[in-house]
Design a protein around this ligand. Structure first.
Ligand code: 5GP
Ligand code: SF4
Ligand code: MG
Length: 466
């Protein structure tokens, strides 16, 4: 998901809409905005579909007045069952004795089922099926008076990944979980404006200045033009999601002080060193494989070409929730540039192999177009474990790499070769010259290594074996 918040500018909701539009790649199912102004109080709008199709209408934006607003774009993950209902769309809002608060959450709470059961037994009435709603109920039960303190109370009981943007009548609040699994950054707009955003690309769209990241385990409270920083949690070594660098974030964003594009290009360089092959053409599987393909071509000296063309009007295949749509999706979205491919030995570079659906279809399309050989090079290690921290990987038995070795996957996909970047190669590409520290890994890489930095309590209860 993507979260965005603005304080201290006129018609804050318009800025939030633009910010969410720039974060659309983080969630395409639905979006919502809550704003506050002294006259009309809190207002909210939640809609299915793209930001640009909803939050551009003047009639809707007029209902969201005020100089303080937050928003969310949704992509449903692990906990969610079936299709999204509008009541699952964030931000969530709660009215407490000392005034209301709205929250927008990116990440996934790993003890949400247990918390929900406990809260329901003690009288909470849940409105949605979302794990994030727990936070509002825990806040409501807190004996603290002020919202930031209530939030600290609530979040100390929550396990998992959370980057949260919240607001009261007068404050904009940002928090990251102690491991800092999901991103969250701070920006400034003009004299008085402050921004919180999942990624820096959403600061650029409104001309805001990037200040810094909210640090892992930090809570920032912005009020009257000033930012206050707090440390509500026991300090821990951070474990940022390495897959944000590979796929999830936009290439024009800065993560941990590094250009995502540059990291991805460097992954391609590492991949070319680790897994060279004689070929005539390096093609990205667009768009997610593009920077790595550029790096691979540069390092190998093999020409780069656009052998696959993407239809700009389709969303991300993976994010469409049902299997059937996903299966069709590849052809709706990608087509082969036959004139370029014919007779060539082609290296295809993609960011990841999950179920193998994309790779299978693409291989068929490339061979149909007359390619002489097809070699896959993948910009992440084999995805062998599900993510429980906010990325929608399927259950373990659906993951190709959970049951097959690299060679078995190559045979299954019927390609001439298939190679994944090593975990150490990936760590080098994100700037860890020594590679992965096995005693104390610098990132979360559980979907590749199976080493979960936060115990997925709900999933273990449901029978998941680590
Ligand atoms: P597959 O077709 O193997 O199931 O999925 C791999 C494709 O899904 C890749 O092209 C990748 O770009 C895309 N993808 C989209 N969202 C995600 C995600 O959240 N996780 C992973 N691993 N791949 C994703
Ligand atoms: Fe990121 Fe993978 Fe960890 Fe999930 S399991 S947070 S996708 S590195
Ligand atoms: Mg892709």
């Amino acid at each position: 998901c993507g979260v965005f918040g603005v304080i201290g500018v006129t018609d804050a909701a318009n800025f939030v809409a633009l910010g969410l539009h720039a974060l659309q790649h983080r969630g395409q199912e639905a979006g919502g905005i809550v704003s506050h102004d002294p006259e009309s109080g809190f207002n909210s709008a939640r809609r299915f579909g793209y930001v640009r199709d909803n939050f551009t209408k003047q009639s809707l934006m007029e209902t969201l007045p005020g100089s303080l607003a937050i928003g969310h774009v949704r992509y449903s993950t692990a906990g969610s069952k079936g299709a999204t209902q509008i009541r699952d769309v964030q931000p969530f809002f709660g009215e407490f004795s000392m005034g209301g608060a709205a929250i927008a959450h990116n990440g996934n709470i790993t003890n949400a089922d247990a918390l929900r059961r406990e809260l329901i037994e003690r009288g909470s009435i849940f409105q949605s099926s979302s794990d994030s709603e727990c936070i509002i109920h825990l806040m409501a039960r807190s004996l603290q008076r002020k919202v930031p303190e209530r939030m600290m109370d609530a979040l100390r009981r929550v396990e998992g990944a959370f980057s949260i943007v919240a607001m009261t009548r007068t404050k904009l609040i940002g928090v990251r979980d102690p491991l800092g699994v999901r991103p969250l950054v701070i920006g400034r707009l003009g004299e008085d404006g402050w921004i919180l955003s999942s990624e820096t690309c959403a600061l650029d769209i409104i001309g805001a200045e990037y200040i810094r990241e909210v640090e892992p385990g930090e809570m920032v409270v912005i009020e009257h033009g000033k930012l206050n920083s707090m440390r509500p949690f026991v300090p821990q070594q951070s474990r940022f999601c390495i897959f944000e660098h590979v796929y999830f974030s936009r290439p024009d964003s800065i993560l941990g002080g590094r250009s995502v594009y540059e990291t991805r290009r460097q992954i391609g360089v590492e991949l070319a060193r680790e897994a060279p092959v004689d070929a005539d053409l390096v093609c990205p599987v667009p768009d997610s494989g593009t920077p790595a393909a550029i790096g691979y071509a540069h390092e190998s000296g093999i020409p780069y070409g656009m052998g696959i063309i993407r239809n700009q009007y389709m969303g991300r295949t993976f994010i469409e929730p049902t299997e059937q749509i996903r299966n069709m999706g590849v052809r709706l979205k990608l087509n082969v540039n036959r004139a370029l491919i014919r007779g060539k030995r082609v290296i295809l570079v993609d960011d990841s192999v999950v179920r193998g659906t994309t790779s299978r279809k693409i291989k068929e399309m490339i061979l149909d177009a007359g390619a002489a050989e097809v070699h896959f090079r993948i910009a992440s290690p084999p995805t062998a474990w599900p993510c429980f921290y906010g990325v929608d990987t399927p259950q373990r038995d659906k993951l190709l790499a959970a049951t097959m070795s690299e060679d078995e996957m190559r045979d299954y996909l019927q390609v001439d070769s298939l190679r994944f970047i090593s975990l150490d190669g990936l760590y080098r590409a994100v700037g860890e010259a020594e590679g992965r520290n096995p005693k104390c890994p610098q990132y979360c890489d559980a979907c590749f290594s199976g080493e979960y930095p936060i115990e997925p309590a709900d999933m273990i209860e449901k029978g998941f074996e680590m």
